[in-house]
Design a protein around this ligand. Structure first.
Ligand SMILES: Cc1cc2nc3c(=O)[nH]c(=O)nc-3n(C[C@H](O)[C@H](O)[C@H](O)COP(=O)(O)OP(=O)(O)OC[C@H]3O[C@@H](n4cnc5c(N)ncnc54)[C@H](O)[C@@H]3O)c2cc1C
Length: 299
């Protein structure tokens, strides 16, 4: 198994932001992954790193990157995938097998573990719609458990996994047999929609920054307060969608945090709505970041 010390995470993240991890591990088998989870002190598991702000101040906890733990197989209408399998690849293979249900994840660089943890979704589909069960590592009992959908507490961009007690090892999904051309057509439409509305990865970003408040859209509220013109350091709100932040060069985790605080404050002051972050901050916080994230997470 690959193990690196003083490992720079920056280039692995979709935001192209992040400091040094003291230790980074790349397990390739379930045995290696579980052994790390059993023996390392408070490890943090990361997949595609497409929904995180990795601290520019670095990370002391050992990092387990699931990139190389990425097999998946298709059996009739069922797909079983390891945590590190990438959403777009699995979704493409599902389409080739005439299976519908994963079209939504063809256009963003999440791993199955991250997608399930975040209950990712788009275009009217969510991962919880096709979830059957997952093998998870339980940190308290140090055992592997099988979670059914009722154990997952799925809700909008949330699951029990985000509480931090369980790590996703592999997941079983049930898809629906459908016409391949129709599936590919839906995927093309999804990609077209993104092209027009959202930044692609040539403009480093982390997807939506804030969750949508109930019956409203964070992008709409942010646009109304003029957020499309906001910029702090090398962090800039995307000109075509106010709920995306772009790293225009060497943005730091502090630039992003300050910009998020400004976006949050303006919406709170104008509409009385306290936006909740969708993106997650990982690693050591400096004083400024600690103060901002305390408010963003505890409002
Ligand atoms: C251009 C772009 C477009 C996007 N569009 C969408 C969209 O339409 N819909 C949407 O929902 N999201 C979208 N995202 C956000 C992101 O891709 C998803 O949230 C995705 O699910 C994150 O997966 P990841 O593997 O990158 O997770 P990471 O960013 O690596 O991690 C996210 C969280 O999940 C945890 N995690 C990761 N793997 C595991 C595991 N195996 N076990 C336990 N916890 C784990 C991490 O610790 C972290 O807390 C977009 C992102 C980008 C950059």
């Amino acid at each position: 198994m690959q193990h690196y010390t003083d490992f720079s995470l920056k280039n692995y993240t979709s935001f192209k932001i992040g400091g040094i991890a003291k230790n980074a591990y790349f397990p390739e088998t379930t045995e290696e992954f579980v052994e790390l989870l059993k023996t390392l002190e408070s490890p943090i598991v990361l997949g595609g790193m497409s929904n995180v702000i990795i601290s520019s101040n670095g990370i002391d906890n050992p990092i387990i990157l699931t990139k190389k733990y990425n097999n998946f197989e298709i059996n009739n209408e069922f797909i079983t995938a390891q945590a590190g399998a990438m959403g777009p690849l699995v979704s493409k293979a599902a389409a080739e097998s005439e299976l519908s249900g994963m079209e939504f994840m063809c256009g963003f660089p999440g791993s199955i573990g991250g997608i399930v943890a975040m209950n990712a979704g788009a275009h009217g589909q969510m991962i919880s719609d096709i979830f059957i069960s997952a093998e998870v590592y339980d940190k308290s009992s140090k055992t592997i458990k099988t979670f059914a959908i009722t154990d997952m507490d799925f809700s909008y961009r949330k699951s029990k996994i985000l509480l931090g007690q369980h790590i996703v090892l592999n997941v079983k999904f049930k898809l629906n047999k459908s016409n391949k051309d129709e599936i590919l057509n839906r995927m093309n439409k999804n990609n077209e929609f993104r092209k027009n509305k959202q930044p692609n990865l040539s403009k480093p970003n982390c997807g939506s920054v804030f969750k949508n408040p109930e019956n409203d859209s964070a992008g709409r509220l942010l646009e109304l307060v003029g957020a499309k013109n906001y910029c702090i350091g090398n962090a800039k709100v995307f000109e075509n969608h106010a709920n995306f932040i772009i790293n225009t060069g060497n943005a730091t985790s502090t630039d992003i945090s300050l910009l998020m605080k400004k976006m949050y404050n303006e919406v709170k002051d104008k509409f009385g709505i306290k936006l909740k972050p969708e993106v997650r901050f990982i690693g050591k916080m400096n004083e400024v970041e600690r103060e901002i994230w305390n408010e963003l997470l505890n409002n």
